[in-house]
Design a protein around this ligand. Sequence first.
Ligand code: LLP
Length: 419
Amino acid sequence: MDHRRPHLSREGTSLKIGGVGAESLAKKYGTPLYVTDVGRVTDRFEEAKAALTARSRDVLISFAYKSNSTIPVVKALARRGAGATIVSVAGIELARKAGVAPGDMVFDGPSKSKEELAAAIAAGVGMINAESVQEARDADSLCRSLGSAGVRLGFRVNFGIRAETHAGLATGGREHKFGVARDEVVRFCEKEGKKLKFVRVAGIHSHIGSQVTDAGVFRRQTEEMIDLAGELESFGFKVEEFNFGGGLGFPYRSADRELPVADYAEATAGVFARSRWGGRARPVFELGRWVVADSTVLLTRVNYVKKSGRVRWALVDAGMNDFIRPALYGAYHEIVPAWTSSAKRSAASYDVAGPVCETTDVFGKARRLGVSLAQGDLLAILDAGAYGSSMSSTYNMRPLAAVAAVQDGRGGLVSRRRF
Ligand code: LLP
């Protein structure tokens, strides 16, 4: 039993997820195979919800679909009251299929096309978060041409808050492509915002990056949003929604710094609720990673074991196209045996790599797995639930990995390997 991951258990070198044997799933559905414990997702969701609702009324957790868009996951979350933060037309469709009411959908993205804006307006999403002032004008004229009664719009504001995270995951810096500078939002609202006929500026949105573990940064974000809301109010706008984005970090290594969800909730929902906006506006949280990261393992079969110089390679059947985080961000993911033909203990270490002809197609270096590996053994890459299957591609003309869902000892296929 893994105390950090209560849904995983092992007997010898055999791993179970949600009470289902990894090897039986791999045999049945083939590898590479993502396996998600849906119960683990909803437990994490309820934990976040409890922490936030303990501090503020009217909380909406608008799950970030980009982090995990498998249907059993989004359905289970929708049943528990999650909204949907989406960034594409297919995202709107998926949220609808999951059972999310349009009013609980949030449409984000730094470069929305006219078609995407039109689809969001036509679907009646609860909020479109604009990332340029032109987008607000465009939404207004689209509403007119679509015959829409109107749409609520928030500005994703760039407050120039730099989060300490991987450079590829920081979004809040002044010169990043994300959001609109605070003073530009103020200028626009003062001069032009009121003249829009169909667009009602009703939200403030901020997302400063992903994998953030500093409560002070979230607190600063909250204070900046409160301050701006007051200014917009003085121009006659009613701020109805404070959208705090997502970004709460997950400890991929057991030694990683972790921000307890209660501290995150305090820095956001707590500070908000005690301000004069508490009870007057709806706080929205676009959490993704924290909810789903540890729900999922990626099962992969060892094709070959070989030595190159001093390095012992375990070459597996999952590649960077199936799971790109290690190659793209140098991200660390724990790798454990999920089933081995021999249980022979060994102190050998392996570099675990995939079949794609790219030097960065490596999942882990110098990993001690406790056993010696042979062809046909099964490995599990852990904590692959956030930005795992959702970022997979068919690079090298490889079909997408299959996806299975498990819960309470039972499991089923969600999608087979496909292009
Ligand atoms: N809201 C907005 C506007 C976002 O851009 C994102 C993530 C989220 C919410 C959800 O953030 P989360 O709670 O999941 O951190 N592929 C990268 C992460 C990219 C995050 C993109 N935006 C990774 O694998 O680490």
